[in-house]
Design a protein around this ligand. Structure first.
Ligand code: SAM
Length: 282
């Protein structure tokens, strides 16, 4: 047990907490949570568990998407008066698919010091253990739940030369993987589930294989999906067709051909001809 309390410099402490395993918290975070004047929590009941485990008795108050607008002026006032306030979310790093952005923005605009207290975040935990390339990665958060919006959201990342990281809920996983296969072609991917918890799972396969697997055996728990970057090899006719079909939903034939040429490195004439065929205009 960390017993230390210290006098914290006034400011907002953006404090990462565990994504499952309660032991995954830094010594500095526990000291800050014990020493702060107030802990802002996404859900005070959820954070109570962490506080009980570490003997943290600091007052807690809710800060989330539904009350943020209303309570922010009061929080900024407290900070201006010299308070040291920790911001936590239910899991991992606040602001990463979690509340806090507007508070940090307003605090900084008001000249208040904002301190990061780094620690777990599911995206980086997934990346560290999945075996997908790590030299470049792109965090895309949650895909939209509606199918048409999800399609165009995913399509917008198709040309990015980096490992893509998505958060997804278990009921939507299989459908989402299927849409990813349509948007990205059948790339390799890794589904990471329940990281740091009892039923931790890291499963690699092609997007189609993974989609079939999770259609048969629906997954439970919390999930982050990593999609490998596009292959550097010469694109196949199927790659070109997949790209063009998606692009033609979003843009004109001419634009789709230009995008395909740029993204896949094929001749524009080839892409244009194929786009015409797909549109049934030849
Ligand atoms: N702020 C958090 C972070 O730093 O990762 C993310 C909060 S977001 C509301 C919650 C989502 O993160 C879950 O739906 C899941 O996609 C992902 N996630 C959180 N914990 C996870 C875990 N233990 N294993 C896999 N994914 C997790």
């Amino acid at each position: 047990m960390v017993d230390t309390t210290i006098t914290l410099e006034p400011g907002l402490y953006v404090t990462a907490t565990p994504i499952g395993n309660l032991a995954d918290i830094t010594y500095r975070a526990v000291v800050a949570l014990k020493s702060a004047d107030l802990i802002l929590c996404e859900d005070t009941r959820h954070t109570a568990r962490l506080c009980t485990a570490y003997g943290i008795e600091t007052p807690r108050s809710p800060y989330h998407d539904h009350n943020g607008e209303r309570v922010r002026p009061g929080i900024i006032k407290k900070l201006q008066d010299g308070a040291a306030i920790c911001l936590v979310s239910d899991a991992g790093t606040p602001l990463i698919s979690d509340p806090g952005y507007k508070l940090v923005r307003e605090a900084r605009d008001a000249g208040i010091k904002v301190f990061p207290l780094p620690g777990p975040t599911a995206a980086i935990a997934a990346l560290s253990a999945a075996g997908a390339p790590t030299d470049r990665f792109f965090f895309a958060g949650f895909p939209p739940s509606k199918s048409a919006a999800r399609q165009s959201f995913l399509q917008s990342f198709a040309a990015i030369d980096a490992t893509l990281i998505f958060y997804e809920s278990s009921p939507r996983l299989a459908a989402s993987l299927e849409t990813m296969a349509e948007a990205f072609g059948d790339r390799n991917a890794v589904v990471t589930r329940e990281l740091t918890k009892l039923h931790e799972e890291i499963r690699e396969g092609s997007l189609k294989e993974l989609s079939a697997h999770y259609s048969d055996k629906p997954a439970k728990g919390e999930i982050a999906v990593l999609v490998f970057p596009p292959a550097k090899t010469t694109p196949t006719d199927e790659d070109l067709d997949v790209f063009l079909r998606n692009a033609l939903n979003e843009m004109s034939l001419k634009e789709a051909a230009t995008e395909a040429a740029k993204t896949l490195g094929v001749a524009r004439k080839t892409a244009y001809g194929r786009a015409l065929t797909l549109k049934g205009k030849t």
